[in-house]
Design a protein around this ligand. Structure first.
Ligand code: T4K
Length: 371
């Protein structure tokens, strides 16, 4: 029985990648912000419609260093969502900052912007929302709140590659955005990440922070880290970017095949964006409601017995992780808690065989009928 995983990385044609890396055998430049790294940064600024793009080894390092670039006083508070991957909360905590959890919208699972202001205190320094599944947050409302309270607004855009709203790249909203280019993402550089950021001082600080704070052979100006994307990963990005429109189109076909078959199934709820932005079809999340017949975990297990490895993105929510439970209790997040017990993300990737999509949908539909 073939195993179907929640995702499968997009790879460019083999020969294209070989052609792209061939020159490395002449130059021997493998890393330290070489020509491919620089080329990819310029190409991504263009594609993502952002002013400055800074590449990193992965999305998490990018986010962690972004928060460190602002030099917030230790113990400052960052309002964020618990309905996300571990990285978002870890980036806050690993900077000595305090996550204050805000609940999410029931429909699109993004942060509930109407609940943010009640969480602001004199210790709040930033808001860190997540464009979860590629559903963008209410960026207009968040912009107003952050400006009214003089807070930094930094987005976790790990899922939002290529999305545009009001004809602007999603990474141009707020003070800065982090994109993940992990193997499992819509666009990958094997591992990789990016910060888009308007402010030149922050850009320069991030460039220092990702290379040990080294300005030149004799000057080290800040206690930086090492988070440089290497040339082989940059080459993968250059190749994958050439095909990105087709990749997203192929994802759309899979996405729509799911929607057609799962819409209206009793006990199954689809998740739609509430803000009208373009789509990248990053994930296919569904909610398994009480009237479905079996639980979310029951369906997860059933699919597994048939070789289909769906995932519970995002369960548990981060404020219920063993390492955080009971520690950061300021905000209450009952909606995020409820959704995390209902959520299942189905296999979703470019060129997922449509017969498998039909098979997955038919299992979901039949299970509903027989229980
Ligand atoms: N913020 C958010 C909101 C995020 O979702 C993420 C990452 C980040 C920040 C941090 O960005 P990075 O530092 O990762 O750039 C996966 C990814 O590793 C992670 O990048 C992603 N979010 C998260 C949602 O999903 P896992 O632990 O579920 O990955 P894993 O290894 O179980 O992979 C899932 C499936 O993908 C596997 O069952 C098989 C398939 N797969 C995976 C890999 C790595 C492949 O077919 N080939 C592969 O090389 O976290």
């Amino acid at each position: 029985m073939e195993k179907i995983f929640v995702t499968r990385p997009t790879l460019p044609p083999f020969e294209e990648y070989v052609d792209e890396i061939r020159g490395i055998w002449d130059s021997h430049i493998l890393t330290n912000m070489g020509p491919k790294h620089q080329k990819l940064e310029r190409e991504l600024e263009n594609y993502l419609k952002v002013e400055n793009a800074i590449l990193f080894t992965n999305g998490h390092s990018a986010l962690e260093l972004l928060l460190s670039a602002y030099s917030f006083p230790p113990g400052s508070e960052v309002i964020t969502t618990p309905y996300t991957f571990a990285s978002t909360t870890h980036a806050i905590v690993r900077n000595g900052l305090v996550p204050v959890f805000c609940d999410i919208n029931e429909d699109d699972c993004t942060i509930d912007a109407d609940k943010i202001e009640t969480l602001i205190t004199d210790k709040t320094v930033a808001i860190l929302p997540v464009h979860v599944y590629g559903n963008i947050c209410d960026v207009d409302k968040l912009d107003k709140i952050s400006k009214a309270h003089d807070l930094k607004l930094v987005y976790d855009s790990a899922h939002a590659f290529g999305i545009e709203y009001k004809r602007r790249g999603i990474g141009s909203f707020g003070d800065a955005s982090m994109f993940s280019f992990h193997a499992t993402k819509v666009f990958n550089t094997i591992e990789g990440g990016l910060i888009s950021c308007k402010d030149k001082n922050t850009v320069n600080r991030l460039i220092d922070l990702k290379n040990f704070g080294i300005r030149n052979e004799e000057r080290v100006i800040v206690e930086g880290s090492n988070a440089k994307l290497n040339e082989f990963c940059a080459a993968m990005g250059i190749c994958n970017l050439k095909h990105i429109e087709k990749t997203i189109e192929n994802r759309r076909i899979v996405y729509e095949r799911y929607v057609r078959q799962l819409i209206g199934v009793k006990g199954i709820e689809l998740i739609y964006p509430r803000i009208p932005a373009t789509k990248n079809f990053a994930y296919f999340p569904i909610k398994i409601k009480e009237d479905y017949g079996i639980s979310r975990d029951g369906l997860y297990d059933l699919l597994k017995t048939k070789g289909i490895y769906a995932r519970k993105y995002f369960y548990p929510i981060t404020n219920e992780f063993e390492c955080y439970i009971g520690k950061y209790t300021k905000g209450k997040t009952p909606i995020a808690h409820k959704i995390s017990s209902e959520i299942l993300t189905l296999p979703m990737y470019e060129n997922l065989d449509l017969e498998y999509v039909d098979k997955i949908c038919s299992i979901i539909r039949q299970t509903n009928r027989i229980v």
